[in-house]
Ligand binder design. Sequence first.
Ligand SMILES: *Cc1c(COP(=O)(O)O)cnc(C)c1O
Length: 386
Amino acid sequence: MSQPFLPFALPEIGDEEIAEVVDTLKSGWVTTGPKAKRFEQAFTEFLGDPSLESIAVNSATAGLHLALEALGIGPGDEVITTTHTFTATAEVVRYLGADVKLVDIDPATLNIDPQAVEAAITPRTRCIMPVHYAGLAADMPALLAIARKHGLKVVEDAAHALPTTVGGRLVGTLQSDATVFSFYANKTITTGEGGMLVTRDPELAKRAKVMRLHGMNRDAFDRFTAKVPSWYYEIVAPGFKYNLTDIAAALGLQQLKRAHAFQRKRAELAARYDEALSGLPLVLPPQPAEGDVHSWHLYVVRLADGAAVSRDVFIEKLFAAGIGCSVHYIPLHQHPYWRDRYGLSPEQFPRSQHAYERMVSLPLYTRMTGADVERVAAAAREALRG
Ligand SMILES: *Cc1c(COP(=O)(O)O)cnc(C)c1O
């Protein structure tokens, strides 16, 4: 009998999450309110630095948009990011009418290459957006040094990076201007859809909170609970609708409590993959620096040069064996919009292109067992026979 399909990703939602959501549903307050506030406080506590402010939003995309907006990025400005990311990282720059400068990756880590960043700086450059690819921290000491030297802002796309450390410090607590986490369904913790904007800049926080809710100077919960008449507010800007609901925040409150345990489980499964796949014609994922934490959002292997099958055939064979895989990412320079907008070609990004043509993300999530990993490894071994 064939085994059941092993999906590429699955969230882990327990009884505590369900009870917390039910509590919210019964409370009479379902949109942004007490639980969103508690989730923000819990997030700052999780990061362990009370000088940070955590601002809950309905997606990481929204958080990235708010961060850049609050930094005043606009027409005429350039923002540098990696071509090897999801389009959300770059699209928010275009929302604001600014331009995206895509750069290549470091082939060892698949993260943005600081040297390529420095080479791409022009008089119009305002900001660098590193992505902690797969949950392995980008070279933040180098990137922050470049930003300081050239007077640039730094907004980290930390959609993969909860929890991830650099030099022993959690991503979110570094000296960048803002860091944005994602709680999309397949991320390391989930609220269905959701995100968190973290900053130590009080002005940025103030602007982001106003723009998160229509450019209103008082949110609905504040008006509902305040001791002054609740109907009055002022619109100070044409803002957005980016607030996180209490239903989602209820999920987040319980998921956050499990973030470290989830990371340990993912790291165990990744180590088991490393062992089970060793000796095959695969480039295994890079490891974090000694003492650092990799969130292991993704487990990305690359077919070695000279492997008996192509990446596409490898994925088909795993699918035929009942195993879901994915590719992170089709680099932005290959997508029609980015390619045509900026006249990009693969030759400009040889390392990202090389990695893309060979890469496969294998299933990795907390509900997997060691036996699931062995099954994937066995199917990979079989597929690589050609
Ligand atoms: C998931 C993801 C995003 C967007 O997150 P949402 O919460 O879905 O908006 C942004 N950047 C990267 C690298 C991602 O993987």
